[in-house]
Design a binder for this molecule. Structure first.
Ligand SMILES: *Cc1c(COP(=O)(O)O)cnc(C)c1O
Ligand SMILES: [Zn+2]
Length: 412
C-alpha cells in the first residue's frame, strides 16, 4: 500500500504509521478520530482523469487508487456506489432553482449510503485476516456491514438499539449476521460494541472510530464531481448524525482539490433533526467541544446523542464556508412527500433530512437561486414504512362493489 502514508490525528495532528495504531489517537481516548494520509503526488503520477474516464467499472472500486486498500485486494462482488445523480425538472420548478441535483444513495445493495463505508471495512477485515467484524448501528450501518460481509462469507456481529425499524432488523437477520438487540440507545449500543470488540478481539467498524469508514464515504464526493464533469457544485446538503458522512464528503473533496481535479471547494451544509443537533449546537457556538444531547427524532438514522465524528463534521461546514441547519420532524416528513411526489425518490426520514435543510436554506436566503446544489439522499423509504405512512397518510377502504367505489370517488 505505498500510496498510503499513515494516519494523522484530527485533534492533535500527531502522525502514525499504518501499523502503529488500529483505530484512534491514543491521546484522546475513543474521541481521537484519525485521518488517512495519502501520498497524493505519487497517486497523481499513476492515475489521470483520462484513465478514470475509460474505466468501465461503475462502482466505488473505480476510485481504488484513492482508497486505503491493498492494490490486489479483491473487490466485493456487489454493485456499490455510482448511484444516480438526478436533476429532476419538476423538483427544480417546484423550488424555482434550475440546478438542484439529487444523489440517490438509497440505490445501493442494502438500500443506504452505509454500503460505501461497510464495503471498505469488510475488505480491511479480510486483509487483516480477522475472524469477526462487528459494528454498532442505528440500523443501516449494520445492514450494510451484514450485506457486504454476506457477499464474501465473512461472519459479523451487529449491535442495534431494540427500537431500530423492523425492516433494518430483518435485513440483518436475512444476511445471516449475529444480531444483538440492545435495550438502550444507539449511543449505548456503540459503547457496548466497543467493549465487546476489545474483549473478544473482533475487528470494529464503529462509525468514525474506525478510520476507514470515512474513506468509503468519501467516494460519494468523488462520484458527484465526476458525474458533474469535474465542475464541483456550489453546495452539498448532507444529513448529519455521527457526522461521518459529511466528514467523508469533505475529505473526498479535499483529495480532489489536492489532485487538481476540481477547482473550488463546495460549501458543505450539515442538516440535523432539531431533537438531535449536537453538531449544529457546536457550529452555532463556534466551538469544537461537542456537548451530548438527549436524542429524539423520527429520523432514527441520525438520532445520535454524542456524534462520534463531531469535530470533523463541524469543520466540514466551517472550513468550506458552509453552515449547519436544524429541521423539525414535520419538516422531514414533508420533505419525504415532496421528494417522492416531485422527483419519485422514496426516502427514509434521515434520507430526506438534507432536502428539508435545502428548503429551509432557501427560505432563509442562504442560497442563490442559480447555484448548483446537490442534495444527498442517504437511505431508501422502504427501510421505515411506518414513517412513510406517517408522511403519506392512510389509504381509503372500499367494499368490492362499483357503487361503493362511486360513493367514495364522487365524495373525493
Ligand atoms: C448514517 C446515516 C446518516 C448520517 O450519517 P452520519 O455519518 O452518522 O452523520 C444519514 N442518513 C442515513 C440514511 C444514514 O443511514
Ligand atoms: Zn491526537
Amino acid at each position: 500500500m505505498d500510496h498510503v502514508l499513515g494516519f494523522k490525528c484530527s485533534l492533535c495532528g500527531q502522525e502514525y504509521g499504518l501499523n502503529e495504531i488500529e483505530y484512534v489517537c491514543p491521546k484522546h481516548g475513543d474521541a481521537g478520530n484519525v485521518d488517512v494520509v495519502y501520498d497524493l503526488p505519487r497517486i497523481a503520477r499513476r492515475w489521470t482523469q483520462q484513465q478514470l474516464a475509460g474505466d468501465r467499472d461503475y462502482s466505488i472500486w473505480r476510485y481504488r487508487p484513492l482508497l486505503p486498500i491493498e492494490p490486489d485486494s479483491p473487490a466485493l462482488p456487489l454493485q456499490i456506489g455510482w448511484t444516480p445523480l438526478y436533476r429532476s425538472q419538476r423538483l427544480c420548478d417546484h423550488l424555482k432553482m434550475p440546478n438542484v441535483y439529487i444523489k440517490d444513495d438509497g440505490r445501493n445493495p442494502t438500500a443506504s449510503f452505509k454500503d460505501r463505508a461497510s464495503a471498505i471495512a469488510v475488505v480491511k477485515t479480510r486483509e487483516l485476516r480477522r475472524e469477526i467484524v462487528t459494528t454498532a448501528s442505528s440500523g443501516n450501518a449494520g445492514a450494510a456491514l451484514a450485506g457486504m460481509a454476506a457477499s464474501v462469507g465473512q461472519p459479523t456481529v451487529i449491535f442495534v438499539p431494540q427500537t431500530a425499524p423492523e425492516a433494518k432488523v430483518a435485513q440483518l437477520l436475512m444476511f445471516g449476521a449475529s444480531v444483538i438487540l440492545v435495550k438502550g440507545t444507539y449511543d449505548q449500543a456503540f459503547d457496548l460494541c466497543l467493549a465487546a470488540s476489545r474483549e473478544f478481539g473482533w475487528y470494529c467498524r464503529n462509525t468514525g472510530y474506525n478510520p476507514f469508514t470515512l474513506e468509503g464515504k468519501k467516494t460519494a464526493a468523488l462520484e458527484i464531481c465526476e458525474q458533474l464533469r469535474w465542475q464541483a457544485p456550489g453546495r452539498i446538503f448532507v444529513s448529519v448524525g455521527d457526522g461521518n458522512i459529511i466528514s467523508g464528503i469533505h475529505k473526498g473533496l479535499k483529495d480532489l482539490l489536492a489532485l487538481g481535479w476540481i477547482a473550488k471547494m463546495p460549501k458543505l451544509m450539515g442538516v440535523q433533526a432539531i431533537g438531535s443537533a449536537a453538531c449544529y449546537n457546536a457550529w452555532r457556538d463556534h466551538t469544537e467541544t461537542i456537548t451530548p444531547v438527549d436524542a429524539q427524532t423520527i429520523a432514527d438514522s441520525i438520532s445520535v446523542g454524542l456524534p462520534r465524528d463531531g469535530v470533523r463534521a463541524v469543520r466540514a461546514a466551517t472550513q468550506t464556508g458552509g453552515a449547519y441547519l436544524t429541521v423539525t420532524d414535520d419538516e422531514i416528513l414533508g420533505a419525504m412527500r415532496v421528494l417522492a411526489r416531485q422527483a419519485a425518490v422514496f426516502s427514509e426520514p434521515a434520507g430526506a433530512t438534507a432536502y428539508a435543510g435545502l428548503v429551509k436554506a432557501i427560505r432563509q436566503a442562504m442560497v442563490e437561486p442559480d447555484e448548483t446544489v446537490v442534495v444527498l439522499v442517504t437511505g431508501n423509504g422502504l427501510k421505515d414504512v411506518k414513517s412513510a405512512i406517517k408522511a403519506a397518510g392512510q389509504a381509503q377502504y372500499v367494499e368490492p362493489s362499483l357503487d361503493d367505489l362511486k360513493r367514495l370517488w364522487n365524495k373525493a
